[in-house]
Design a binder for this molecule. Structure first.
Ligand code: NAP
Length: 451
């Protein structure tokens, strides 16, 4: 292994989210010098721009990841886009090994008529907006939110739960978060009273985890409405209930809610199963979702029954999963939307390994698991990388830093990130909060360069 060896290898990690920083940590622990290259001017990926702002303990993973960035072997090169500022081929030339961990940032489509009406948005875009992502489309999301009283969220995963909760959460819960002030103002002044969550299969097939589901029932001023008819017993669901502890606990929560009397709270979250969007209707903007009743076969697949009903909605959020995007010159499996790989080693279509190129996280295995899943996943990739490098001659040099200088690209380093961090804390302090996320790219760059 590298540790204690007389040679020093230099590796590049593309992406400063949890997978990238866990990979950097494993590489640094093996004695390598690591450049972490990040497209955005700030690190932490989905921990900053995906984990819901009111999930304080999950977001605190950031402190662990910050320690990786502070390691002397690790160098942050943020604000550098692979594919435009530097190519993958140039990275492979400049480093002994390159680990791609750029995630799965794109939304997936429903493929139903009316999906492109105004007011129909992807959860990825809404989440980006409420987390203060520099690429968020403020105008579209804020216009959709300001017109909404009734919302339909399609999909029954943890992102759907996050979105539903944030849209109706009481101000007392959101005030303590680091959401940008304009986001807080819009959410807190919105007229949303009802959020309908649609699952196309049975309640037992929902992907959410029990802790996240249960939180919906703990929101002040919000009733969760789950009619007993949504939970009718059927063989395919009963089998899952028996075999899977998480499913069993989820169903317990749902059954308990189905017996609750509504308290008359001002806001409601309604849960529907066997329900998939058939069509979105409206004059220029969405007004109604036509929902089709489904039946679920013994193999778990959902089929339309032709029976439809309607839900009023001025905002429709499709929360049906994320997908990864290809990167130029990197073999891509377009069926699974991941970089083609075998246990983290990038391979071409014939299965031959692409020398020096590795992958970890969502772009390796698809968008699944919790943050901690990425630690094991990154360590497994790095173990293969170390095996492959054993005995190789280090390339030497200073990675892509000279190339960036030639091209006039000025990366944000650790000191720049610390300056952004200080600026966000100080902005938060003006409103009695720990921090407020700065959301504009230029403001982030200005803060980073203020040192
Ligand atoms: P997900 O768990 O894959 O859920 C996607 C949902 O969309 C599923 O219910 C799926 O139903 C449904 N769906 C897919 N295509 C559909 C269609 N055409 N029509 C209707 N429904 C459709 O994805 P996610 O919620 O985006 O979460 C991504 C990952 O991040 C997960 O691993 C999640 O646990 C994690 N995450 C964790 C947390 C947390 O721990 N607090 C928070 C957020 C996200 P089918 O099952 O029928 O396909």
């Amino acid at each position: 292994m590298w540790k204690g060896a007389s040679v020093t290898y230099r590796a590049a990690v593309v992406g400063a989210g949890p997978s990238g920083l866990y990979a950097a940590d494993a590489l640094a622990s093996a004695g390598a010098q690591v450049d972490v290259i990040e497209r955005l001017p700030v690190p932490f990926g989905l921990v900053r721009y995906g984990v819901a702002p009111d999930h304080f303990s999950i977001r605190s993973v950031r402190d662990t990841l910050a320690k990786v960035l502070a390691r002397p072997e690790v160098r942050l090169l943020a604000g550098v886009e692979v594919g435009s500022d530097v190519s993958v081929a140039e990275l492979v030339d400049a480093y002994d090994a390159v680990v791609l961990t750029y995630g799965a940032s794109r939304d997936r489509h429903l493929d139903v008529p009316g999906e492109d009406l105004r007011g129909s948005v992807a959860a990825t875009d809404l989440v980006n907006w409420y987390c203060g992502h520099p690429d968020a489309d403020r105008a579209t999301i804020e216009a959709a939110l300001s017109a909404a009283t009734s919302v339909v969220v399609v999909g029954v995963g943890n992102v759907a739960v996050d979105v539903a909760r944030v849209l109706v959460a009481p101000a007392s819960r959101l005030d303590a978060t680091d959401m940008p002030q304009h986001v807080l103002d819009v959410v807190e002044s919105s007229g949303i009273t009802d959020v309908h969550i649609l699952g196309r299969r049975t309640a037992a097939h929902a992907n959410w985890t029990t802790k996240e589901l249960r939180e919906l029932g703990e929101l002040d001023g919000v009733d969760v409405v789950c009619q007993p008819v949504e939970l009718v017993s059927e063989p395919v669901a009963d089998k899952l209930d028996e075999e899977d502890r998480v499913v069993h606990r989820n169903l317990e929560v749902l059954h308990e809610w189905s017996q609750r009397e509504p308290t008359g709270a001002p806001k409601r979250i309604h849960l529907h199963f066997h329900a998939r969007p058939h069509e979105l209707l409206g004059d220029g903007r969405v007004e109604t979702v036509v929902v089709e009743r489904t039946r679920v076969d013994d193999d778990g697949s959902a089929h339309g029954t032709g029976e439809t009903w309607e839900l009023p909605a001025q905002l429709v959020v499709r929360s049906v999963g994320y997908r990864g995007l290809p990167l130029e010159d990197v073999p891509f499996d377009s069926r699974r939307n991941v970089v083609r790989n075998e246990e983290g080693r990038v391979v071409d279509e014939s299965g031959a390994q692409v020398p020096g190129l590795y992958v970890a996280g969502w772009i390796k295995r698809g968008p699944s698991g919790i943050i901690g899943t990425n630690k094991k996943d990154a360590a497994a990739t790095v173990a293969h990388l170390l095996e492959d490098l054993e005995g190789a001659e280090p390339k030497g040099g200073d990675g892509i830093v000279p190339l960036l200088a030639e091209r006039g690209v000025v990366p944000v380093g650790l000191e720049g990130w610390h300056a952004v961090d200080a600026a966000e804390r100080s902005l938060g302090g003006t409103r009695g909060r720990d921090r407020t996320t700065i959301h504009e790219r230029q403001a982030l760059l200005d803060a980073a360069r203020s040192i």
